[in-house]
Design a protein around this ligand. Structure first.
Ligand SMILES: [Zn+2]
Length: 372
């Protein structure tokens, strides 16, 4: 068994809330961080089908991509179908947490999943850069016997992630010396007696957005009354976060062939596309999951030959065609990749943490649009 808080802790290390857009109501929408979780479900949306699925499976916690409450909520009565779902949810004692634009922007999150599904090649760029995170180098000293648990806690909270490598640290051993005064309550040693302890020096990179959380973690897990650590500015390593990605195909491909590839990669029966030359060859592609029409000028700036995004409107399509940007609209539901990818990720966390937690991907939700 685990708690909502424990699971959310991992989600937020994966997709820091600071990456979310300002307008986005991410976070815990229903329930309590203290709720115990035996069964959790992962779903793209909270809708009538996923709610029923959760109730039938005795799920305590639902993790969704789209926040279930988007607008303001002035009343909560049963005479509105959406609100009735909220009431059902509360009565069923189900907590719901959403990670939305922070998952979109996160490294190895939504837009990376989508671009990798198409087998686009590097260099992969961010389409709309919203956050540039600089890193700090954390240097921390801990008694040898506590080094593993302190290091693990730092990693668990998002420190030491470098590109495709997790749990990256440099460690060396040495002697720590200190003399506690009368007011001190030392874990090791006595007042007014010089002490020396075999210690490990742990060095890890910490993104600036996680500094507060990491410092809090140090005070929680370090055995000393006064943990000694330093944070060094290494401003040169900057990481760009944001929505959408731009990448290239290994070989130039016609729009016609690309459409088939998109249908396969995203498992959709149909796409909508611009009324342009289907034999035109495409190399560089911009991808943005969800509704990305308003970012199409960014795709032009990045010199993308084609833009893949959902929810393209009639007038938006006209604008793109006028500006010479072919597009493919595979629909918003391609974001359902969230369910498969996050399920895998959470199973990994659960195994590492020894949670006895049943993790079920939602299987009942389907695209709201049907095609004939
Ligand atoms: Zn979406």
């Amino acid at each position: 068994m685990t708690t909502v808080k424990e699971i959310v802790h991992h989600i937020e290390a994966f997709a820091p809330p600071s990456l979310a857009e300002d307008w986005d109501p991410i976070g815990l929408a229903f329930g309590s961080y203290d709720q115990e979780v035996n069964k959790m479900m992962i779903a793209l949306d909270l809708d009538a089908k996923t709610l029923k699925e959760a109730q039938e499976n005795d799920v305590d916690f639902i993790f969704t991509h789209h926040p279930p409450i988007f607008g303001s909520l002035n009343t909560l009565n049963e005479h509105d179908t959406r609100r009735k779902e909220y009431i059902e949810l509360i009565k069923s004692n189900i907590s719901v947490y959403a990670a939305h634009t922070n998952i979109d922007a996160a490294e190895n999150g939504m837009n990376d999943w989508l671009i990798h599904a198409l087998s686009l090649e590097g260099p992969i760029e961010v389409l709309d850069v919203t956050t540039e995170t600089s890193y700090k180098l954390l240097v921390l000293y801990t008694p040898l016997e506590d080094a593993d648990s302190v290091r693990n806690a730092l990693h668990k909270n998002g420190a030491g992630q470098v590109g495709n490598y997790d749990n990256v640290s440099y460690n060396s051993r040495g002697t720590g010396r200190f003399t506690p005064n009368e007011k001190a309550e030392p874990t090791i040693g006595q007042a007014n007696e010089a002490e020396q302890v075999l210690e490990e020096r742990i060095e890890v990179l910490v993104p600036e957005s996680l500094i507060g959380r990491i410092i809090q973690t140090i005070y929680e897990v370090h055995p000393y009354e006064e943990p000694v650590f330093h944070l060094f500015d290494i401003g040169k390593i900057e990481k760009k976060y944001g929505l959408g990605r731009v990448g290239s195909l290994a070989e130039p491909t016609t729009i016609h062939d690309l459409i088939e590839r998109v249908k396969q990669a995203y498992n959709v029966p149909f796409v909508r596309h611009a009324n342009l030359d289907l034999e035109q060859k495409i190399k560089k592609i911009a991808v943005l999951g969800g509704s990305g029409e308003k970012y199409y000028k960014k795709a032009l700036e990045k010199e993308a030959d084609l833009y893949i995004t959902g929810d393209i409107s009639y007038h938006g399509a006209q604008d793109m065609i006028r500006d010479g940007l072919p597009f493919i609209d595979p629909g918003h539901f391609i974001e359902n990749i969230f369910v498969e990818k996050m399920t895998k990720e959470i199973i990994k966390w659960s195994e590492a943490e020894n949670w006895s937690l049943e993790i079920t991907p939602s299987t009942k939700q389907e695209d709201v649009f049907k095609f004939r």
